[in-house]
Design a protein around this ligand. Structure first.
Ligand code: ADP
Length: 544
């Protein structure tokens, strides 16, 4: 017998409708790529989203068709999240920091006939125009005024505001199958060609509910949220949905993610909670320290995407800000685990507390995880045994987009994350490494994450990376690459001495290479693949 409750499909459009009706005065502030600042309420934006839905009809975008974006975090990109997905079409957000050939690959692979582009990214589009000319039919420049682009004939060019002005507001948000695709986002290709992950209305809506619980983001209507995670990658960790869902205000930083710009935004817009990868926070704190600034409203910072360091936690603490640690990946919707205390950890202090904060967190409702050995046998949750980390749940991908029939997950829906981890008795995951970044020295594993954490706690170190370098005797040995802080002075011996007593002696890197900067991926993580190519033969090359 079915229950006798109303049946409403889980549609993402219901979020913006709710925000407009219930939190109409909360605002979305955008730092636009031309340097201007734009402010709008959810009431105003929801109206424009309905107009945009009409624009989809004008541009002949049908149910399930893909619409691409080359855009930053601003209100027009936010409108596209609803104005495209709300009609049943699929928004393909393209990571604009990828190499141009990957950008072209994604647009073609997604088969986006319509492409929305920020004026500052027109040169990127121009550079790949010939490669995507057979796919893209209409280009919409996200600007107030028409712009001359010089694109191949056959690509029609439109101006965003002209299309919006010509559309009416009579669109009624439809209900359709909640498992329909909503956003198509590609992995950042740290392990080969980007792969398409197709989110559904149901998965993203459920995850947005889940992250809004108190032990995850726990957002509130009075919050002012700054997403430094980009809307072009993995739905900026659900923030375009989870923020309006509770009626909090959104501060969208555009392309300005450098320390001074973020500091100005956080102070002038009274940001209470900011989200980003550790690299962003390192740049921000460096600026804060050198400028001698204060943080008047910021209380929480979420750091995810790469491991956090104790240095990051401690420095933010000096400014009265709590760092919260999250783990996830594109294929997981993308947030899976969050580091919030449980009864057994809530009273910890000092180093014991730091140890727990550095863990990646525990899965919240809707996702499950386990670690397995090389035969797929589940390992104990004792904080010591480590193995391949698998995840499953309503927000996880089953299959990649247009990659054949083979599942991304196994027949029981377990998805292999490519991470190696421990899980402790309280359910907290600690990442030992990405499988390919682990160092195998004389048959024993060494965690590069643990060594990077120690290296970056040295006062002279601005950023550190540890990679496996081939070694004639031990097969692999850890090699430490270091960027020193401005004016700091430390030699190899001092840095290596810093590891003593913190890890087993045989974990300590054999050598240090000083570099002016370290390479990062398109989402701001250390690019270990490039480092391995460059320094993987360091010990064998006779440079010791
Ligand atoms: P890709 O780089 O393949 O696109 P994502 O951007 O989705 O992948 O990142 C997923 C990976 O990032 C995870 O598998 C994990 O290795 C790493 N990661 C995410 N969060 C954390 C974290 N808090 N600590 C350490 N590593 C993390």
């Amino acid at each position: 017998m079915l229950g006798l409750m109303q049946s409403h499909k889980l549609m993402l459009s219901s979020v913006i409708r709710h925000a407009a009706r219930q939190h109409g005065h909360s605002e979305v502030v955008s730092f636009m790529s031309d340097g201007s600042v734009h402010r709008a309420t959810y009431v105003e934006l929801e109206r424009r989203c309905r107009r945009l839905a009409r624009v989809m009809q004008t541009l002949k975008v049908g149910f399930g068709d893909r619409v691409g974006t080359l855009a930053w975090n601003d209100y027009r990109h936010f409108e596209l999240y609803y104005g495209v997905s709300g009609t049943g079409a699929i928004l393909n957000t393209v990571n604009v920091r990828l190499a141009p050939e990957d950008v072209a690959y994604i647009i073609n692979h997604a088969q986006s006939k319509v492409l929305f582009v920020d004026p500052s990214l027109v040169p990127l589009l121009r550079g790949i125009a010939n490669e995507v000319a057979a796919t893209v039919r209409d280009v919409v420049v996200m600007s107030d005024k028409p712009v001359e682009l010089g694109l191949p004939a056959g690509m029609r060019v439109h101006c965003y505001e002209d299309l919006i002005a010509a559309a009416d507001e009579s669109y009624v948000w439809p209900e359709f199958d909640e498992e329909s695709g909503s956003v198509l986002t590609y992995t950042s290709g740290t392990t080969g060609r980007p792969k398409g992950v197709l989110y559904s209305h149901r998965a993203s809506l459920l995850q947005s509910y889940a992250v809004n619980s108190a032990d995850v983001f726990g957002l509130r209507a009075v919050d002012r949220i700054l997403p430094c995670a980009s809307m072009y990658h993995a739905t900026a960790w659900t923030l375009p949905y989870s923020v309006p869902m509770v009626g909090a205000s959104l501060i969208l930083p555009g392309r300005f993610l450098d320390g001074p710009s973020l500091y100005r935004m956080i102070e002038s817009e009274r940001v209470t909670f900011a989200f980003g990868v550790p690299t962003i926070w390192t740049g921000f704190l460096d600026h804060l320290k050198s400028a001698g600034g204060k943080l008047s409203t910021l209380k929480r910072v979420l750091s995810g995407g790469s491991a956090i360091t104790r240095q990051l936690v401690e420095t933010f603490r000096e400014y009265g800000v709590r760092v919260e640690h999250a783990w996830g990946m594109t294929e997981c919707g993308p947030v899976t685990a969050y580091n919030a205390p449980v009864a057994a950890t809530k009273d910890l202090q000092g180093d014991a507390l730091l140890e727990v904060m550095l863990r990646q967190g525990r899965p919240f409702f809707g996702s499950d995880i386990k670690i397995v050995d090389e035969n797929g046998v589940e390992l104990p949750r004792d904080g010591k045994a480590f193995g391949a980390l698998l995840a499953r749940g309503a927000y996880m991908t089953r299959q990649y987009y247009r990659q054949g029939e083979e599942g991304a997950a196994d027949p029981d829906n377990w998805f292999a994350t490519g991470d190696v981890a421990t899980i402790d008795e309280n359910g907290f995951v600690q990442l030992v490494d990405r499988t390919k970044d682990l160092i195998k020295s004389g048959g024993e594993w060494i965690s590069s994450i643990a060594l990077e954490d120690i290296a970056s706690s040295h006062p002279a170190v601005a950023e550190a990376a540890v990679i496996a370098a081939a070694h004639s005797k031990w097969v692999e040995r850890p090699l430490l690459l270091v960027v020193l802080r401005d004016q700091a002075d430390a030699d190899s011996a001092a840095l290596l001495e810093h590891f003593k007593g913190k890890v087993a002696n045989w974990w300590i890197p054999d050598q240090v290479v000083f570099v002016p900067q370290l390479p990062h991926t398109a989402v701001g993580k250390l690019n270990k693949r490039e480092l391995r190519t460059q320094y993987g033969e360091h010990y064998n090359a006779g440079t010791e």
